[in-house]
Design a protein around this ligand. Structure first.
Ligand code: NAG
Ligand code: NAG
Ligand code: NAG
Ligand code: NAG
Length: 499
């Protein structure tokens, strides 16, 4: 039985509960991987009109072994903008994450905004196994034999190799490189600075939850933070959502319940289970919390400014007789239909517009981020069943997760003491509206490993292109980032001149 709508997206969240249906009454952590039986349509997003040229770099398949088959190459896509640059000037590299690179470039207007000031060359490198950078073409996702080459260490090595080659081709070996990344891309940027300090002089890691592993932070943090976002708007809003799950569960036992529910939720096809509705609502609340931006934006979907407030307004202003579930539905409709163009809702089938499905494999191998729902969260309470999770991964891919690999490879425990004595030039920026912020670095570690925290910020909001409606705190955050990067570069050029 696969009752879950799989949740696609960057930093794909995982439902931390099953609906307590009679057949499956144990609350369980369901990885996306396990939920992955409903067909996911592949679609191509319209290509944004970006000021970049596209290139393809022959990249080595396996950087870490020297067997003949490791030498196979594949084409890794990267985007480049040379409009402001001259030889010797800085190179700003976006370390691509789990999706096609055009999408990240379109949503990282910040780099374009600051390029003229630094006369920077901009490069956006696609992560292997995403977008067009498929090492085995259409067969890339066939099995663990091919997917085995999809991991963060190979991705970091790809970036290093490509950057070196690019600098050589530009005859600009002395250009300082600064890496930028958001979300998983931010984790990669921070790790890149730690692993390849000779390639990048600094990293701006926005909304990078590098502490979301093992037992570094409480497992309930993520969903507690989502809930807090709603509670901060209104207690009633939080309570309505929290109370809606029981109403949904009651429907699963009613005759004609699913037919009625399909009508009420305006689904395109009659529902097979209430669990898909749980996933659909869940997705709307979680992703809206993540992208609770201060201005109208279209990252995952088009949404108004501060969409959590808008959702709660819908809930709080519903007619007094309305059920909690119908209020939750009305709120979720904001997420799915702010464009006002949906005729019906595809509750059981979703469309993967940005080619994100490789994240599934990554969560089943190295990116094990345990999550639970506490009693205080607005979601049904549940624990994390590692054994169950591992079984699902085994079933799907024939491999088991390596639960402690990330903290072994990159650290994370006692990060403050460790990085205080090692490492430099990293900005960790986090907005507390973003539930991933709880897994981020929220305190200054040293004079050059800086945490910039904004109370009202959401998921890598600083990376969005500036707009005329940006609030002061956001402009100030970006100003600080620019100032710190400028300092790194000044130091670099000073050292270069005195070498
Ligand atoms: C650098 O030039 C070589 C030779 O033309 C080419 O194969 C390689 O793809 C170039 N590197 C990058 C990063 O484009
Ligand atoms: C989406 O919004 C439009 C405009 O308000 C409305 O006519 C339509 O019924 C909505 N779609 C769904 C599925 O609710
Ligand atoms: C959550 O609530 C349940 C049932 O009320 C209770 O048994 C459990 O101890 C509570 N857990 C926590 C962590 O408070
Ligand atoms: C870290 O230090 C910077 C100044 O370098 C300061 O602006 C910022 O608020 C500090 N961050 C935290 C979380 O205290």
């Amino acid at each position: 039985m696969a009752p879950f709508r799989s949740l696609l997206f960057l930093f794909i969240i995982t439902l931390c509960v099953t609906l307590t249906a009679p057949a499956n009454s144990l609350p369980t952590f369901f990885p996306r991987a396990a939920a992955y039986q409903s067909p996911v349509k592949q679609a191509t997003a319209p290509k944004p009109n970006l000021p970049f040229n596209t290139h393809y770099f022959p990249q080595t398949l396996d950087h870490f072994t020297f067997q003949p088959k490791s030498y196979k190459t594949f084409y890794q896509k990267y985007l480049i903008n040379t409009q402001y640059w001259h030889k010797g000037a800085p190179i700003f590299v976006y370390t691509g994450n789990e999706g096609d690179i055009d999408w990240f470039a379109a949503n990282t207007g910040f780099m374009l905004d600051i390029a003229p000031k630094f006369k920077a060359l901009l490069v956006f490198i696609e992560h292997r196994f995403y977008g067009e950078s498929m090492p085995f073409g259409k067969d890339s996702y066939m099995s663990a034999k091919t997917l085995g080459y999809l991991n963060s260490q190979q991705a970091l090595a790809d970036f290093a190799v490509l950057i070196r080659s690019l600098k050589q081709n530009l005859s600009s070996e002395a250009s300082p490189v600064v890496v930028f990344g958001g979300s998983y891309g931010g984790m990669l940027a921070a790790w890149f600075r730690l692993k390849y300090p000779h390639v990048a002089v600094g990293a701006l890691a926005s909304s990078a939850p590098i502490l979301q592993f093992d037992k570094i932070i409480p497992w309930s943090s993520f969903y507690d933070a989502v809930s807090q976002d709603f509670k901060d708007v209104s207690q009633n809003c939080y309570e309505v959502i929290k109370g809606s799950w029981a109403e949904l569960e009651a429907i699963s036992t009613q005759k004609e319940g699913l037919t009625e529910l399909s009508k009420a939720f305006r689904t395109c096809k009659t529902l097979h289970s209430t669990a898909s509705v749980l996933g659909w609502l869940w997705t709307a609340f979680v992703y809206t919390a993540m992208v609770n931006y201060p201005t109208e934006a279209n990252f995952l979907k088009p949404l108004p400014a501060y969409p959590v407030q808008q959702m709660c307004k819908i809930i709080d202003k519903s007619p007094s007789g309305a059920t909690k579930l119908s209020r939750a539905f009305a709120a979720a409709s904001l997420y799915y239909n702010y464009s006002r163009t949906e005729n019906c809702f595809e509750v059981e089938h979703e469309v993967d517009t940005h080619g994100l499905h490789g994240w599934d494999w990554q969560t089943c191998t190295e990116m094990v981020m345990p999550m639970t729902c506490s009693n205080e969260s607005m979601f049904p309470p549940s624990g994390f069943d590692y054994k169950r999770f591992a079984e699902q991964c085994q079933m799907k891919y024939g491999v088991l997760p390596r639960q402690h690999w990330i903290t072994t490879e990159f650290g994370g425990e006692r990060i403050e003491e460790v990085l205080k004595r090692f490492g430099s030039n990293i900005i960790f920026s986090n907005g507390m509206q973003d539930p991933w912020s709880r897994g981020g670095v929220l305190r200054n570690i040293s004079t050059s490993i800086i945490a910039l925290v904004t109370e009202k910020g959401a998921h890598h909001v600083d990376f969005r292109a500036a707009t005329k409606d940006d609030p002061d705190w956001l402009m100030e955050l970006r100003r600080q980032e620019v100032e710190i990067i400028q300092k790194w570069l000044n130091e670099y050029y000073f050292d270069l001149g005195h070498a």
